[in-house]
Write a protein that binds this ligand. Structure first.
Ligand code: AMP
Ligand code: MG
Length: 432
């Protein structure tokens, strides 16, 4: 096919292209991971709690564990006086030992192993409430008198006592597969007595950045040079999607160098190439990929930014994205195509959360391509207003700064007016 006829070929519709990606994306297997290393990974198993949390009834306050009936009607004027039978501290519970077997045992004793009537146990926050106690009086409501405590008011049964299993019941499903592990999930795993957990293997991503013109941040500017942003944004986007960056290659625009860099990047579950995928004379990526055995699934999607985006597959199950080099196009196409694939591989819901918003201004677009407009989201009387961050050129990387979502304007639209509805795909971490 000549370049001209290829360029005239119809573009793949955005939603269809995204479905085509997932259809060809494999789900990876799982690995056992110590929970200290599981942050950012996706759970591949159901986590069931083996024991109640808290394990035993315990105190929510520093104070005295009592029988509520013993202090009924107590007031500052007529305090209830209770004998202090011992102390329960965090990690050192006070146990009453039933008579006669444990007569004289440390910690006190009682005929039925429970807090005796007319007694109290000094208790600290989190310490186990002794059997028989049914309420805790905060220390502020008491006065200590030698071996006794005066209780200056009453509290109802259950006051300031956290019940065993109140947080997690034994046998309860705490976490479901497909859930990404954040700080709270790590805590829940620890509570569920899990030192190790089965997680989806992190997808390995090989990245190749193409372009003769690109220079690194530390290099002095020279005529014709462009600072390479994608070497930083793309690995960061991959890591944010739970992937492991297996390689990062840089290729000048020569067929041999492009092929070498791509060959290395293809040694991965997912290959992401930036630049060189358009129709220019120096866009060498598609032909190099064909030579390297990558089967093209689609090239060119009806979306702005990102029209030249390429997707292909390798016989061994690897998937390959060719993203346009413009920094916004690279980020947006990663988010639209590569991120869902990475999530899917890990068994996670691949699609971003979408909010219904109204557009914040008038905006004209070309018919025939959907447009992903970088927006921040303002709340106004219970509605979200999607406001473009700034000028939307695919080279204006600062339009990604402060963006909370991509407002997806449908292909057939030629304009949207302020106040008209629009679906906004949230960027990772937005409104979290
Ligand atoms: P390409 O997709 O290779 O045709 O590149 C399109 C535009 O994006 C050109 O202006 C490139 O200079 C620019 N570009 C390509 N790669 C990068 C990159 N890694 N960082 C910043 N700009 C880039
Ligand atoms: Mg280029």
């Amino acid at each position: 096919m000549s370049q001209l006829t290829e360029s005239a070929a119809p573009l793949v519709e955005l939603g269809e292209a995204r479905r085509m990606v997932l259809e060809r994306t494999p789900v990876l297997g799982s690995v056992g991971v110590p929970i200290g290393e599981a942050l950012g990974m996706v759970l591949a198993e159901e986590v069931v709690a083996p024991e109640p949390v808290p394990a035993e009834d315990n105190s929510a306050m520093d104070g005295y564990a009592v029988r509520a009936a013993d202090i009924a009607g107590a007031s500052a004027e007529r305090p209830a006086v209770l004998r202090v039978a011992g102390e329960s501290r965090a990690g050192a519970p006070h146990r009453f030992h039933p008579l006669p077997r444990y007569r004289g045992a440390k910690g006190g004793n009682d005929a039925d192993g429970r807090l005796p009537v007319g007694s109290a146990i000094a208790i600290s926050t989190g310490a186990v409430a002794p059997a028989g106690a049914d309420a805790v009086v905060p220390v502020e409501m008491t006065a200590r008198r030698n071996g006794a405590v005066e209780v200056l008011g009453e509290v109802p049964i259950g006051a300031n006592v956290r019940r065993a299993g109140e947080d997690i019941r034994p046998g309860e499903r705490v976490l479901a597969p497909g859930r990404r592990i954040g700080p709270a999930e790590l805590g829940a795993l620890a509570l569920a007595a899990r030192a190790k957990v089965e997680c989806a293997r992190r997808p390995r991503v090989g990245i190749a950045i193409t372009g003769d013109e690109l220079i690194r941040p530390h290099e002095p500017m020279r005529p014709g040079a462009v600072r390479d942003a994608n070497s930083f944004t793309v690995p960061a986007l991959a890591a944010q999607a739970g992937a492991e960056v297996a390689s990062l290659e840089h290729a000048p625009d020569s067929p041999g160098a492009t092929r070498d860099a791509l060959a290395k990047a293809l040694e991965a579950d997912v290959t992401v190439i930036c630049g060189g995928v358009s129709v220019g004379r120096h866009d060498l990526v598609r032909s190099a990929l064909a030579e390297l055995g990558v089967e093209e699934v689609f090239w060119r999607v009806a979306v702005r930014p990102g029209k030249p985006v390429f997707f292909g597959v390798l016989a061994g199950g690897g998937i390959v994205f060719g993203l346009p080099g413009n920094p916004v196009s690279a980020m947006v196409t990663f988010l639209l195509f590569a991120r869902p694939a990475l999530l899917w591989m890990q068994g996670q819901d691949p699609w971003p959360r979408t909010v219904e918003a109204v557009f914040g201004c008038g905006y004209a677009k070309k018919r025939g391509r959907a447009e992903a407009v970088r927006c921040r989201l303002d709340e106004d009387r219970g509605r979200w207003i999607a406001v473009p961050t700034k000028e939307q050129g695919s080279h204006v990387l600062t339009s990604m700064l402060g963006a909370e979502g991509l407002a997806i304007l449908p292909a057939d639209l030629t304009e949207i007016r302020a106040g008209e509805p629009v679906a906004v795909e949230l960027l990772p971490g937005a409104l979290a």
